[in-house]
Write a protein that binds this ligand. Structure first.
Ligand SMILES: [Zn+2]
Length: 247
C-alpha cells in the first residue's frame, strides 16, 4: 500500500539537466516504483543500479526522518508494530518502523524500513494492524530484493541514460507485473495475520475502501481486485496455507 495517493507512474522517467551541475553529475533520472518513488541523481561515472537504488532509498529515509512523529500516536503505532513482529516466525533483520507526519501513507523503504503516517493511529486497531502487516509482508517476503533483481537484470552494468532509455518500457512492464503480485501477496499476508489475531475481513475492506483505486495503476492492482483476492482466501484454509504466515 505504498504511498497510495502520491505514487506516480511506474518507470515514469524524466531527464533534466540542472544548469549549475558539474558536467559529470548532469544526468538525472526519476524512476517511480511500486515499492517507493525513486528520485535518483545518476552520476555518469561507474555506478550500478543496485547502488543507485540503495542510495535513493537511503536518501528518502533520511528526508522522511526529518518529519518523524514523536507523540502518543507514534507510540500506539510502534506497539502495534512490535506486536506484529512478535508473531513472525522469523524476525526480519534490521526491520524498523518510522512514523511520520507526511507525505507518506504507508510504504516500505530499502526493504526494511516501514514508514507510516501518524494519522494511521486514529484508525481502529484491526485496520492499523492490516496496514502495517501488509508492509511487514513486503519485508518478510523479500519483495525489495526481488524488484531490485529485475532492475539489475535489465541494467546489469553501470547506469547511464542511453541504456536505461533503451530498456525503460520492458523494465516498466516487468516491474509492474512483479509489484502487482507483491501487492496481492502482502494483502494475503496481512489478512492471515489479522485473522490470526481475531479480526475480521471488514478491517481489510475498510483499508482498501480508504484508497479506492478504480482501476489498475502501474504499481497497484485495483482495490476491488485486491479485496476479491482476499475474499477468495476467506476464513477457512488448510493448515499448510495458514502456516506460511505463522498464524
Ligand atoms: Zn504494498
Amino acid at each position: 500500500m505504498t504511498t497510495i495517493a502520491t505514487l506516480s507512474a511506474l518507470c515514469d522517467r524524466l531527464v533534466g539537466r540542472p544548469a549549475n551541475a558539474p558536467p559529470r553529475r548532469r544526468a538525472w533520472m526519476v524512476l517511480s516504483l511500486g515499492l517507493a518513488a525513486l528520485v535518483v541523481a545518476v552520476p555518469v561515472y561507474s555506478e550500478d543500479i543496485l547502488s543507485v537504488l540503495a542510495r535513493s532509498h537511503a536518501s528518502r529515509i533520511e528526508s522522511l526522518t526529518s518529519r518523524q512523529a514523536h507523540d502518543e500516536r507514534a507510540a500506539v503505532l510502534q506497539r502495534d508494530f512490535d506486536r506484529l513482529l512478535d508473531r513472525l516466525p522469523q524476525r526480519p533483520r534490521d526491520v524498523s518502523l518510522l512514523v511520520v507526519e507526511g507525505p507518506v501513507i504507508a510504504e516500505t523503504l530499502a526493504g526494511r524500513v516501514v514508514v507510516v503516517h501518524a494519522g494511521l493511529a486514529d484508525a481502529n486497531e484491526g485496520e492499523r494492524l492490516f496496514v502495517m502487516a501488509h508492509e511487514l509482508g513486503h519485508v518478510a517476503m523479500g519483495h525489495w530484493s526481488e524488484l531490485a533483481g529485475v532492475y539489475h537484470k535489465h541494467i546489469p552494468g553501470e547506469v547511464n541514460q542511453r541504456d536505461t532509455d533503451a530498456v525503460a518500457s520492458v523494465l516498466g512492464r516487468e516491474a509492474s507485473r512483479l509489484v502487482h503480485g507483491h501487492e496481492f501477496a502482502a494483502d494475503a499476508f496481512a489478512w492471515r495475520t489479522i485473522r490470526g489475531l481475531g479480526y475480521g475481513m471488514d478491517n481489510a475492506a475498510a483499508v482498501l475502501h480508504m484508497m479506492p483505486n478504480m482501476g489498475d495503476t502501474p504499481s497497484h492492482p485495483a482495490s476491488r481486485k485486491r479485496l476479491a483476492a482476499l475474499r477468495l482466501i476467506g476464513n477457512d484454509e488448510t493448515r499448510s496455507a495458514v502456516a506460511e504466515t505463522g498464524n
